[in-house]
Design a protein around this ligand. Sequence first.
Ligand SMILES: *Cc1c(COP(=O)(O)O)cnc(C)c1O
Length: 378
Amino acid sequence: MRMKTKLIHGGIDGDEHTGAVSVPIYQVSTYKQEAVGKHKGYEYSRTGNPTRAALEALIAEVEGGVRGFAFASGMAAISTIVTMFNKGDHFIVGDDVYGGTYRVMTRVFERFGIEVSYVNTSDLVKVREAIKENTKAIYLESPTNPLLSITDINAVSLIAKPLGLTLIVDNTFLTPYWQNPLELGADIVLHSATKYIGGHSDVVAGLVVVNDEKLGEELHFVQNSIGAVLGPQDSWLLIRGLKTLAIRMEETEENTKQIVDFLVNRKDIVKVFYPGLVSHPGHEIQMKQSRGHGGMISFDVGSADRADQVLSKIKYFTLAESLGAVESLISVPARMTHASIPIERRRELGIVDGLVRISVGIEDVRDLIEDLQQALEV
Ligand SMILES: *Cc1c(COP(=O)(O)O)cnc(C)c1O
């Protein structure tokens, strides 16, 4: 089965009892047992629910892994993965990962004795140098937010494997439609399904896929113990989201390329960040490990005032955090998603005050370009 077909027919297709074409929403917490311990595979919905199970089978197939897991949010997924490790274990984490990931590692898990080094994972020398005797995992994103830095996932997996380190990749920005980290050597891939997989700004969820049965058993144990599972209604929404992921990602890609073309040809834009640009650092690695570049563009309009002008005049891009939905969104990272990072650190990372980030939706691209044009006019 090819990807587009898999998204529609993968996992558990419909309902064999009734012929329903869509997987039913099993709004149920517990299941009747015929005798003690004698049941049809479900005992209690924290441990397993048929709607969630259909989603989990689907995402496992789509990411090319052996087992999938659905969580109440991307952060619930990340936190549950970290609890598979022990006090005293050391993590190497990308230095510009999602802000919530940085927050949970520093303010929650460090309190429980997890040690973390934040490293620019695009630099393989720095990754190697950060490895300590107690290092157990490497955690990264590619591309990152908001500057869309690229890490060579396969090269990092070749560092991790001989040392028995678990490689964890947050694949939210490209989705399984464009990039499959497990095939590049990762052990665990995760998504904030709140973004492209849900795709309609109407559900908060997380998904994880592993490539090994034993790892799957361990993750199921902690997921069931902690209990941050996704409910049946939201599981159903993600199954529905996955069915249109291919066409949404294709349309987003096309719109994004045209907007990038528009932006790079304007003299009043200082810089455009987009992994599909030949001039983008890591572009060659990106071409090797992904089939598309996603719908995120960051561009520097030169100053905070200029950024304010764009935000106040723009009409079709909604001013909001988040990304990956059918509607285009716009934000200013320095004062929104990355506001909690100290200013010196922001400068070091290159998150300047004039940086504007857009998540391109699937509106008519002519309207989006006309809108940007009028918003940029002085
Ligand atoms: C949004 C996001 C998360 C967190 O996911 P939630 O669903 O908001 O909990 C993690 N990683 C990335 C890259 C994200 O964009």
